[in-house]
Ligand binder design. Structure first.
Ligand SMILES: NC(=O)c1ccc[n+]([C@@H]2O[C@H](COP(=O)([O-])OP(=O)(O)OC[C@H]3O[C@@H](n4cnc5c(N)ncnc54)[C@H](O)[C@@H]3O)[C@@H](O)[C@H]2O)c1
Ligand SMILES: CC(C)=CCC/C(C)=C/C=C/C(C)=C/C=C/C(C)=C/C=C/C=C(C)/C=C/C=C(C)/C=C/C=C(\C)CCC=C(C)C
Length: 506
């Protein structure tokens, strides 16, 4: 055993964070800069979780997240920028001029321009009879964003913060209270009647919330549909992994510790209070507060006795289910494959009926268009991914698993050929990830992308905050308010750290 780990095991930490996803790292850095003694335990060999990376043959591939919100330089909603600033750090953010290039049924071929009015014009050109409705809906999304972007974003479980926010920004708070129980689809239907345009609003939501507009919380829609034109979508130079790496550097400078290949097997409780964790190798660490950045399913079904799941967690599981995982193709291609003027992010859907089906919506990200240094000279990265369920990958022999991967990958490459003719001939590298890959490397049950409502719920009202029914145990990340997205889990990190800092009297 190393000297560091013996020392760590004998110390009492203020806070132990299980997992170094962006949610966990924001919590850890915020607390370390407030003077807390923090230990992060990560099961993998590098930090970042879904916002991590891997390198093969001169390519640096992003594991998951690739369309990054929250790296803007103004307002209060740029939470990734703020989390980095808190540890005196930053990343070079490369502005993406187009959030998404949609390739949709009935030749709906549309670019979401960074400039708001240009986007509205592009959309109204397809639906001139709905020009007013389009502006009405997206302008209402801005109302949500303006409320959020005015105030400091901290723990909604801290009454003094709520009171202070209300006294400083009464109208913004009332605005947020109004939108908290609402979903984007209901608001869209007040302005828009054309069924095809409503389908477009569905995919606008689906491509980040993994549910249609009727089930997508309006607060989140307000964030995404406005911030893409305000702070914008920005790509961190050097790859998405830079964000986690810089947070770790900042954590260590602030006196915090991180250990890799440290998989937590169990959260230790004494008298119904979380007091420590035990790793798979038997090592025990004790802390005054324990934070789990694993999903709530992994936390309550695996790290704690399954027969003692608190009733509010059972209720949450009745309201939310695991979204599908993804089938991901990490591709290296010759630059000649990409037509002049290709955008970084694409959504491809041939038939509206298939939007929510496995392998229906195809997501494409080409980060080398913004940062060419992620691939060898003359080559690009194409990351193509599409929803896929773990059930389809269970119980296969090694050879059947490989054969199914290959067959699925070629179906996707055939679809990509329609916008990138010559892709097959220009292939230089191909690696396929399945739901099993996501489960293995991210430690997420069934490789899920995050929680989705089982039925239509009232906006964000049923999403739990950071505290749990177990004293001393907090959750952070995408199964915590306000849900998935790097900027969303960064919010959950700020909120979690704020609540713990108050609880510890820091
Ligand atoms: N997966 C994707 O394809 C994808 C794509 C786009 C965006 N995203 C977003 O990425 C965000 C995820 O952020 P997050 O902070 O919630 O979590 P995360 O899943 O990124 O990070 C969790 C971390 O905890 C570690 N971990 C899990 N169990 C552990 C254990 N028992 N012991 C030690 N370490 C353990 C994992 O290795 C991982 O590094 C979400 O918002 C998601 O929507 C994901
Ligand atoms: C005072 C009183 C009484 C009251 C008051 C009330 C209040 C204050 C309230 C508040 C609230 C709050 C703060 C809230 C917050 C929220 C937030 C922050 C939110 C956020 C969100 C975000 C999001 C959602 C994001 C997302 C994103 C994503 C998910 C993305 C993804 C992406 C993908 C997947 C993609 C891809 C694509 C391609 C490639 C094409």
């Amino acid at each position: 055993m190393s000297v560091t780990s013996t020392t760590s095991q004998n110390s009492l930490f203020d806070v132990i964070v299980i997992g170094s996803g962006i949610g966990g790292l924001v919590t850890a850095t915020q607390l370390a800069t407030k003077g807390a003694k923090v230990l992060v335990l990560e099961s993998y060999i590098i930090p970042g979780g879904s916002a991590g990376y891997f390198e093969r043959q001169g390519y640096r591939f992003d594991v998951g997240a690739s369309m990054i919100f929250g790296l803007g330089n103004r307002g209060t909603t740029n939470l990734l920028t703020r989390a980095l600033q808190a540890v005196n750090s930053s990343v070079d953010a490369i502005a993406d001029p187009v959030q998404i290039h949609y390739h949709l049924p009935n030749n709906l071929n549309l670019k979401v321009d960074r400039v708001y009015d240009k986007f509205l014009q592009n959309l109204a050109a397809y639906f001139p009879h709905e020009k007013e409705g389009i502006r009405g809906f997206y302008d209402e999304c801005w109302q949500v964003f303006k409320c959020l972007n005015r105030m400091e974003l901290l723990s909604l479980e801290e009454p003094r913060y709520l009171l202070r926010s209300f006294l400083q920004h009464p109208l913004a708070c009332l605005g947020l209270l109004k939108y908290l129980p609402q979903n984007a689809g209901d608001i869209a239907r007040r302005y828009i009647k054309d069924p095809e345009l409503l389908k477009f609003i569905d995919i606008e939501c689906y491509c980040w919330s993994v549910v249609p507009a009727a089930m997508t919380p309006m607060i989140n829609a307000g964030m995404v549909f406005s911030d893409r034109h305000y702070g914008g979508v920005n790509y961190p130079k050097g790859g998405v992994g830079q964000i986690a790496q810089k947070l770790v550097e900042g954590l260590e400078k602030a006196g915090g510790e991180i250990r890799y290949q440290a998989k937590v097997a169990k959260i230790i409780t004494e008298k119904d209070c979380a007091v420590g964790v035990q790793l798979t190798n038997g090592e025990i660490y004790r802390g005054k507060r324990i934070v789990s950045n694993a999903t709530r399913w992994d936390t309550f079904d695996k790290l704690l006795p399954v027969d003692q799941i608190p009733s509010n967690e059972k209720k949450w599981q009745q309201n939310y289910k695991k979204s599908p995982s993804f089938l991901s193709l990490h591709i290296g291609v010759k630059e000649s494959v990409l037509p002049q003027g290709t955008e970084c992010h694409h959504i491809i859907l041939e038939d509206w009926q298939n939007m929510t089906q496995p392998e229906g919506t195809l997501f494409v990200s080409i980060p080398t268009l913004l940062d060419p240094e992620l691939a060898p000279e003359g080559y690009h990265i194409i990351h193509a991914f599409t929803p896929n369920w773990m059930n389809d990958w269970h119980g296969l022999s090694v050879s059947d698993y490989e054969a199914k991967k290959e067959e699925t990958a070629w179906r996707i490459i055939d679809r990509l050929e329609k916008i990138f003719p010559g892709l097959d001939a220009g292939l230089d590298y191909l690696e396929v990830g399945t739901p099993r890959t996501h489960r293995r490397f991210l430690g997420r049950e069934d490789g899920t992308y995050g929680p989705i409502p089982r039925r239509k719920l009232r906006g964000l009202l049923s999403m739990p905050f950071n505290r749990t029914a177990i004293k001393g145990l907090y959750c952070v990340g995408d199964s915590t308010f306000p849900g998935q997205g790097l900027n969303a889990v960064a919010f959950s990190g700020f909120a979690c750290a704020h609540r713990i800092a108050v609880d510890l009297g820091l």
